[in-house]
Design a binder for this molecule. Structure first.
Ligand SMILES: *Cc1c(COP(=O)(O)O)cnc(C)c1O
Length: 358
């Protein structure tokens, strides 16, 4: 008789509830920060040709050399920096944590933040240190510096602009954290396309800085491609933890192709930013709703009876994200992804109906 799962699977894994993806069939899907726009038909046709002619019997290029050349150009990765590609940027969160996971190691994150940091820390057996942001979601620099001094974290993640709050942090404050850190500081720039600022040009200034990007929020969430840039001194080791063929051949070729048409993605990002401004303005005018300014492709807002409102929206066919009770700072908060003008109008209509019905 084999032992029971309780005797075999680690306690902390059995205690987890895992990352749940709700079913959005038939709904206006504004819960996952996806780009709502399709690629133009000409580009879709070019992708179809790639799929037709690719040798799927062969392993992909493990180093993704051609794709990296394109990424360097498009993302303006400094010449002195190395670059790695991942199966989404989530994969780098894992490879980075595995790389530093000595017994007793910890990872420091400014909270509230992206939920995967905490989950992956548990997978990797790394202690998770969450340092709270101030109530206005700016960085409590004294609190962060004290936590850095106390815990000496080998790894720090800073999301810029932050998810789920949507704001950029003050650049000089982040620089102070990077300078005080004993190890690696990763700037997670998943929402870079919707923000005006980046730490990419500052890789030269800080030997312990890594910059992480993804194509997911830019319009290619289904492809799964993450990018990590920084000093070779670090990345050569992270690269060993990466599985050899982590980025499949179709992802490599299609990403390379789409990035040749960067203007398409840039126009879509501009449309999303314009809609973000309208959505914010309309939310501000609904009584009882307080939206927080956003530099990303989503808006966090506080609303009386958030969980009831979330359920009311769902009944009306609109799926957003309920963050109430996920973190004390997010009490009564919901997060909506910026969709197409039509989707946003449907969301606003459903929200007004729900508020009036309440
Ligand atoms: C969405 C998101 C990611 C994950 O992106 P993938 O590349 O799709 O794995 C990483 N970090 C943050 C902060 C995100 O919001």
């Amino acid at each position: 008789m084999p032992k029971a799962p309780e005797d075999i699977i680690r306690d902390e894994i059995r205690a987890m509830s895992g990352y749940r993806v709700p079913d959005a069939t038939g709904m206006v899907k504004l819960d996952a920060m996806e780009n709502p726009y399709h690629l133009p038909p000409e580009l879709q046709a070019e992708i179809a040709r790639i799929v037709e002619t690719t040798a799927l019997n062969r392993y992909p290029d493990s180093g993704a050399a051609r794709l990296k050349v394109r990424l360097r150009e498009v993302m303006e990765i400094p010449a002195g920096a190395d670059v790695l590609v991942g199966n989404g940027s989530d994969e780098f969160i894992q490879t980075l944590m595995l790389s530093v996971a000595r017994p007793g190691a910890c990872v420091l994150v400014l909270e509230p933040s992206f939920i995967m940091f905490r989950l992956i820390a548990t997978f990797c057996g790394v202690r998770f240190i969450g340092v709270p942001l101030k109530p206005d979601f700016t960085v409590d620099i004294e609190g962060v510096l004290a936590a850095v001094a106390e815990h000496q974290p080998p790894l720090i993640f800073i999301v810029f602009p932050n998810n789920p709050t949507g704001n950029l942090f003050d650049v000089e404050t982040i620089a102070r954290i990077i300078e005080a850190a004993p190890g690696i500081v990763v700037l997670d720039e998943a929402y870079h396309a919707f923000a005006g600022q980046s730490f990419m040009p500052r890789l030269q200034d800080f030997p312990n800085l890594l910059v992480m990007r993804t194509l997911s929020k830019l319009g290619l969430a289904g492809l799964r491609l993450g990018v990590l840039a920084g000093a070779r001194a670090w990345l050569q080791h992270v690269d060993k933890v990466r599985l050899p063929y982590n980025v499949n051949v179709l992802t490599q070729l299609i990403a390379e192709k789409v990035l040749q048409h960067q203007d398409v993605l840039a126009r879509q990002a501009a449309a999303i930013k314009a809609e973000r401004a309208r959505l914010f303005d309309e939310l501000e005018h609904i009584p009882g709703v307080r939206p927080f300014p956003s530099d990303a492709n989503f808006i966090l807002f506080r609303i009386v009876g958030a969980s009831e409102v979330f359920a009311g929206l769902k009944r009306r066919g609109v799926l957003i994200k309920n963050l109430h009770e996920t973190h004390p700072a997010l009490a009564h908060c919901l997060r909506v992804t910026v969709g197409t003008p039509d989707e946003n109008s449907r969301f606003l209509g459903a929200l007004k109906e729900t508020v009036n019905a309440g």
